[in-house]
Design a protein around this ligand. Structure first.
Ligand code: PSU
Ligand code: MN
Length: 328
């Protein structure tokens, strides 16, 4: 474990004992969701991970210290959102040097979780290739750093696909080019975050958490550098019709272009605009999918810990029988 990293004692104890741990990002709490829904999201996600028998570790940069597992007081501070910067991969080192508070995106969470030795991470939707929000600059492609970090971080990442505000076919092509393994959990279609359908067929699907754990083990045995992206559709009762999402995203994109929104502000701006356009229905969908992704991540972490345990058992039994032979 990296010494410059702070790991909450309960998380460190779980890791040391080989018990399941799930990393959670904090940017969705400090930038992605409004107050007080962000508190609800934190409670739902943490509760779902724990209900699955795993320990949750929210990652962040806390007063300049990269951290896996926030204390209750720190969580309150992050949920207040004041003075909490959005920290992607490129912003981690400056945030540490500055000594400030930073909420980590998927890209930055991957780095902290890896340093902490955590193998499973749950989020809502990953970043990806943006649509042409900047109609005045059609050649400037805005692509989230999430994709590059997913390509070089070995970790199970559970999500509901890429956020609906993005260009999903383009994002899908980039995932393929980068060699990121995408597996549908009980679905053969890439989900569209708020909506279940995108029309994009997945090459691989799995029906159980154990199957996903086996795929991750196989990835590790190949020493492939990237993430295993597990996608599942948002819960049936909260998902939005694709047409509703599309209409809302259209309005949001036009507003963003008119206001000249750029860079890291684009994603939070679009999410807030879609929420207004759908009269809050996207917010309910967002909360529900965050919870169900956290639950599935907890189950996968359990399954992985089970595989590790059975490996240990095999080694132990081999050792035991060797000792028996030697003494007998
Ligand atoms: N998904 C959500 N809400 C969010 C995000 C994802 O439902 O706020 C955040 C994640 O932290 C993701 C980030 O990594 O948005 C992507 O931002 P950007 O496009 O600037 O890389
Ligand atoms: Mn961007």
């Amino acid at each position: 474990m990296n010494s410059s990293l702070r790991v909450l004692p309960s998380v460190a104890a779980a890791l040391a004992a080989g018990q399941p741990v799930v990393a959670l990002e904090s940017s969705v709490l400090a930038q992605g969701l409004p107050i007080p829904a962000n508190r609800q999201a934190a409670d739902l996600m943490t509760g779902a991970v724990e209900a699955a028998g795993a320990t949750a570790a929210v990652t962040a940069v806390v007063a300049g210290v990269p951290t896996a597992g926030l204390t209750d007081d720190e969580m309150v501070r992050f949920l207040r959102r004041e003075g909490v910067a959005k920290v992607s991969a490129r912003d981690l080192a400056p945030a540490i040097a500055r000594g400030g508070d930073g909420a980590t995106t998927v890209a930055a969470t991957l780095q902290i979780a890896r340093l902490a030795g955590i193998d499973v991470f749950a989020t809502g939707g990953i970043g990806g290739v943006h649509r042409n929000a900047s109609l005045d600059r059609p050649s400037a492609v805005d692509e989230s750093a999430d994709l590059a970090e997913l390509a070089r971080t070995p970790m199970v990442v559970v999500c509901a696909g890429a956020k609906s505000i993005l260009d999903l076919p383009a994002t899908w092509e980039r995932l393929e080019t980068l060699g990121i393994t995408v597996v549908g959990y009980r679905t053969g279609e890439l989900p569209g975050f708020f909506a279940a359908e995108t029309g994009i067929r997945l090459a691989n699907r799995a029906e159980t958490a154990t199957e996903i754990a086996e795929i991750f083990r196989a990835e590790r045995s190949l020493e492939r550098p990237g993430a295993l992206l597990v996608v599942q559709a948002p819960p049936v009762e909260h998902r939005l019709p694709g047409s509703v999402v599309e209409a809302a995203v259209d309005c949001a994109l036009r507003a963003a272009a008119a206001e000249g929104v750029r860079g890291a502000a684009v994603t939070p701006y679009l999410l807030a605009a879609v929420e207004r356009e759908t009269a809050g229905r996207s917010l309910q969908a967002n909360l529900a999918l965050l919870e169900s992704n956290a639950r599935l991540a907890g189950e996968i972490a359990q399954a992985l810990a089970g595989i590790e345990l059975s490996r240990c058992e095999v080694v132990y039994r081999q050792q035991f029988s060797r000792e028996q032979e030697a003494s007998g």
